[in-house]
Design a protein around this ligand. Structure first.
Ligand code: NAD
Ligand code: IPM
Ligand code: MN
Length: 343
């Protein structure tokens, strides 16, 4: 059978394999309905493989992911048996850095009104553009005696391209406001964010460009999330704000994410991690993985399949077929079957 897209799968650790294997048949069904055939290529990398072989992500696998596939679909990396998380640094962060996937695209959307812990009942729909190749995440730094020094990298090129990506996406998606967040009042290095934001914003007339320090933004996201449309920020703040955003709309069991570099194969992974206490119980929510698959369809040029998947998630939520994290009693596989039925 000829496949339209070759997708590498790194299911990873903990609940990663459970949500990925539940999501794949759902994604296949959405694809088939639109005449698209997906070829899934499962790779073994993760904690088990690392503990057995000492191999995190070998060079040949990296080259394969870079040159021979249309997308990478990843579950989660993180295992208590690897307390230094060195395999995640090579696999997850390694792919983000080495493939130069500088956009971490993390939508926050309320898909059913009862999922938010807030009382307002207003629509929540904003997207975080998290810088994905710099900041404190490069791991640069050193230890001098009892002083642990971490370097935070903010390059003119890196800051410019993520801010630009946020504005461009806002413009093509009918958004009217972009909020940039930093901590320039305490971190002098963040001046580059302020300067770049002003300069790029001037090129996008008609889009309201506003700034919030990240502490104030965290507060405002809880009090008035409905006013935000697009948020652009650095790697660390984007990580934290994306879990906060997830918490506003039902939690990590529903939060999707894409690591992108326009024109290249992307890496698609739920925002959540391996959730070790849930692993093996069959009750992890597969919706985040399915919605991540929808982002992958979007990127592969099948927005109608992406819309169907999101519709199926909404219907399934409305029908009350839910895992325990969002107040239901269904198992991972029951939710996956319900999603496939809705398609
Ligand atoms: P986590 O996202 O694994 O879990 C946080 C909380 O959310 C837990 O209460 C968990 O039960 C719940 N949760 C997460 N996903 C869920 C799902 N699909 N269904 C139901 N509940 C869900 O975060 P953590 O506990 O801080 O991290 C665990 C491990 O995962 C660590 O090793 C961490 O480094 C790693 N991690 C990996 C990724 C990734 O690979 N993309 C992302 C985040 C964390
Ligand atoms: C995420 C995760 C990762 C990150 C960890 C596992 C390194 O929290 O994808 O949000 O901090 O980027
Ligand atoms: Mn995170």
């Amino acid at each position: 059978m000829k496949h339209d897209h070759k997708i590498a799968v790194i299911a990873g650790d903990g609940i990663g394999p459970e949500v990925i294997e539940a999501a794949i048949p759902v994604l296949d069904r959405a694809a088939t309905q639109h005449g698209v055939a997906l070829g899934w290529e499962r790779l073994p990398y993760g904690a088990d493989h690392y503990l057995k072989t000492k191999e995190t992500l070998p060079e040949h696998a990296f080259r394969y992911l870079r040159d021979d596939v249309d997308a990478v679909f990843l579950g989660a990396i993180g295992d208590p048996r690897v307390p230094g998380n060195e395999h995640a640094r090579d696999i997850l962060l390694g792919l983000r850095f080495k493939l130069d996937l500088y956009i971490n695209f993390r939508p926050v959307r309320l898909l059913h009104p009862d999922l938010t812990p807030l009382r307002s009942g207003k629509m929540i729909d904003f997207t975080i553009f998290r810088e994905n190749t710099e900041g404190v995440y490069t791991g640069k730094g050193r230890t001098e005696g009892e002083t642990y020094i971490a370097e935070e990298i903010n390059t003119a090129r890196g800051v410019d391209r993520i801010i630009r990506a946020a504005f461009q996406w806002a413009r093509t998606h009918g958004k009217t406001r972009v909020t940039m967040s930093d901590k320039a009042n305490a971190v002098p290095a963040h001046r580059i964010w302020q300067e770049t934001f002003r300069r790029v914003a001037a090129e996008f007339t008609g889009i309201d460009a506003e700034h919030r320090y990240v502490d104030a933004l965290a507060m405002e996201l809880v009090r008035e999330p409905e006013r935000f449309q697009v948020i652009v920020t650095n790697n660390l703040y984007g990580d934290i704000l994306s879990d906060l955003g997830a918490g506003l709309v039902g939690g990590l069991g529903l939060a999707a994410s894409a690591n992108l570099h326009p024109g290249r194969a992307g890496l698609f992974e739920p925002v959540h991690g391996s959730a070790p206490p849930l692993a093996g119980k069959g009750i992890a929510n597969p919706m985040a993985a399915v919605l991540t698959g929808a982002l992958m369809f979007e990127q592969l040029g099948h927005p109608e399949a992406a819309r169907d998947l999101e519709g199926a998630v909404k219907q399934t939520l409305a029908a009350g077929v839910r895992t325990p994290d969002i107040g239901g009693k269904a198992t991972t596989s029951q939710v996956a079957k319900a999603l496939a039925r809705e398609l």
